[in-house]
Design a protein around this ligand. Sequence first.
Ligand code: ZN
Length: 242
Amino acid sequence: MSVGKIRGIVLKEQQSGESSKYMVVLSKGAGKLRLNARGAKKAKSPLLAGTQLFSYSDFTVYAGRGFGTVTQADLIENFYGLRNDVAVLSQAVYLTELVERVCPDDMEQDSILRLLLTTLQLLAKAKVEPLLAGRIFEIKLLQLSGLLGTLDCDVCGAPASAFSPAQACFVCAKHTTKSDFVLSEALSAALMHVLEKEGTEIFSFRLSPKSYTELDRLLHRYLQVHTGLDLQSRRFAADICF
Ligand SMILES: [Zn+2]
């Protein structure tokens, strides 16, 4: 049994019993952790602010058998602005759920933590358009998870010119089939931009509605095949914008 300090963001919270909660936290250095916060649902609990969804906090954790138990939670940032706009909030809910589902337990994920913090910060300050920010986040998350590297043909490695929805892979002109869709210049440029840039720079471009729809379709299929996920929160975040 030991006491330790953990800095991380709450990806998920779930009521446990009458006044306690169970949380999934993406922590600096140790990746995704499951923690208990006893009494944190009580209005006067000192744990209340630091253990809510999106709270980025310093946690003091007592590690016994099973999940660690949070004994103190000092809030660093709560991304309050996320709650001012339902389109922003629903996108943030989707992105944290996606991270929670994609990241394995107990494995350092600091680059993904930085990506999430940067994205939530920009969303909270209304500096990015929520739908496009969501797609940019997905590309970078896939890259950081080792699931998307380059835009090369899956068969021969030549530069890709199309996307195969059946295989969820990129293909060159020689290996393309009828059911594939051609990668427009705007779509290729957008994907390359996010793969090559870091930090807030990944968000520094715009797309026409047509190119956005293509990107959305490509990523929806890519996520389905490569992560096995087709989250309802992704659909909800899109529907709320129309
Ligand atoms: Zn090829």
